[in-house]
Design a protein around this ligand. Structure first.
Ligand SMILES: [Zn+2]
Length: 151
């Protein structure tokens, strides 16, 4: 190509004229990559792993722990009481987590995780109440039998 200022031939890819020093306008075909705005919100790659909704995963863990502790509650009543608390936690966090789920921020399977936590919590609560009822029934019957024997 030729320099638009002095008309002399210059290499095609030259940034400026080697004869007169004229600076050629930037090549329009070259688009520099946009500089990364440090203040822009972090936009993760769609393929990148998103975290689970924290309340959903807590609900899920609480639900499983609740059922495990309920089984251990057959050995020690204290475990059953902790299981009761965890079951309530699983239900509450399951509902809250599903409400606070944001598809832009969280893994989509957070919803099913929260649902499982919710169901496990309800199952745990039901089993706890049923177990408590049976225990009171057995205790009541043996108490009445004892009273009948004494009376
Ligand atoms: Zn020139």
């Amino acid at each position: 190509m030729n320099c638009p200022k002095c008309g002399q031939g210059v290499p095609d890819k030259a940034a400026f004229c080697i004869h007169c020093g004229y600076r050629f306008p930037a090549d329009p075909s070259f688009v520099p990559p946009p500089p990364r705005d440090p203040f822009a919100p972090y936009s993760p790659d769609p393929a990148a792993r998103k975290p689970f909704q924290p309340l959903c995963i807590t609900s899920f863990i609480s639900g499983i722990a609740s059922l495990l502790l309920l089984l251990m509650g057959f050995c020690c009543g204290l475990f059953a009481l902790v299981s009761f608390g965890l079951a309530i936690t699983a239900v509450v966090l399951g509902v809250m987590g599903r409400k606070h789920y944001d598809p832009a921020l969280h893994r989509p399977d957070s919803l099913s995780l929260g649902k499982i936590g919710l169901i496990l919590g309800i199952v745990g609560l039901t089993l706890f109440v049923v177990g408590l009822f049976i225990m009171l029934l057995v205790f009541g019957i043996s108490f009445l039998a004892e009273m009948g024997r004494l009376g």
